[in-house]
Ligand binder design. Sequence first.
Ligand SMILES: NC(=O)c1ccc[n+]([C@@H]2O[C@H](COP(=O)([O-])OP(=O)(O)OC[C@H]3O[C@@H](n4cnc5c(N)ncnc54)[C@H](OP(=O)(O)O)[C@@H]3O)[C@@H](O)[C@H]2O)c1
Length: 276
Amino acid sequence: MTRIGIIGGGNIGEALLSGILGDGADPKSIIVADPTTERLEQLKDQYGVVTTEDSAEAADGSDFVFIAVKPDIVPIALQDITDTVDLNGDETVVVSLAAGVTNKAMESVLPAGTPVVRVMPNTPMLVGKGASALAGGRFAEKNHVEAVQDLMSATGTVVIVKEKDIDAVTAISGSGPAYYFMVTEAMIDAGVNLGLPRVLAEQLAVATAEGAATMMAKGQSEDGGDDPVTLRTKVSSPGGTTSAATRTLDEEGLRTAFYRAMQACKDRSIELGKSD
Ligand SMILES: NC(=O)c1ccc[n+]([C@@H]2O[C@H](COP(=O)([O-])OP(=O)(O)OC[C@H]3O[C@@H](n4cnc5c(N)ncnc54)[C@H](OP(=O)(O)O)[C@@H]3O)[C@@H](O)[C@H]2O)c1
């Protein structure tokens, strides 16, 4: 039985454990460490997982230890488990879900030779629709990285990338949900400006986002469907209403705004990574 330790029982720790359990894992194979007793009680009651206030206990004998604490707490959390990981031998894969913490930074705290994997998740993971990218460290073998991919696939789409691409990944999927929220917010405001009540504008804009996302996701599925470009051209009849709108978006620089915004995001991600 694969034993999993989760350090940090907050939003992401819970999203992870709920995904893994939803995939059929035994709750008794998951042990969560968090400093807050009430939080641990809540996770134990709701999911039946084992809980502890001692991170070393969560790492003891675990095949995978997921670090799901805030980025500035990661070095402390790693320090708490390092002796135990050493005693486990090279059997434990340490996986960080914290934004901006590099594999090199993790390797510098953990015992020499520890396989580490860095994950760039995104917030839709909280509803099982995440888009995560994984990159293995120096000592992570292909089978380690694939095993993490397999475990995390219960939380949504999971791809394996080179660590050098993580900053670009941050710009597309890590920060991406915020772009969609902002576009939806702009559509709601524009709908209100056109005379619709806000509640109605919100209902229609959100349902449209969900419908469009579902159609695009179908294009990625094994069943097949259209890619985003085809989907857009299919709803743009010659000289029609949609074409009038998309032409205006192009004239107003929508694409340029995305090129520039995502470059700014990547640049910021590189800058934050340098503070390791
Ligand atoms: N939230 C997101 O949507 C999202 C998306 C992508 C990536 N991430 C990454 O995921 C990580 C976790 O984010 P989150 O939103 O889940 O944060 P969170 O809700 O604050 O959860 C962190 C948990 O870790 C606990 N903790 C603090 N110090 C600890 C320690 N030394 N040992 C064990 N547990 C400790 C915290 O307890 P206390 O509250 O009592 O301090 C809290 O319960 C972050 O690094 C973030 O970059 C989050």
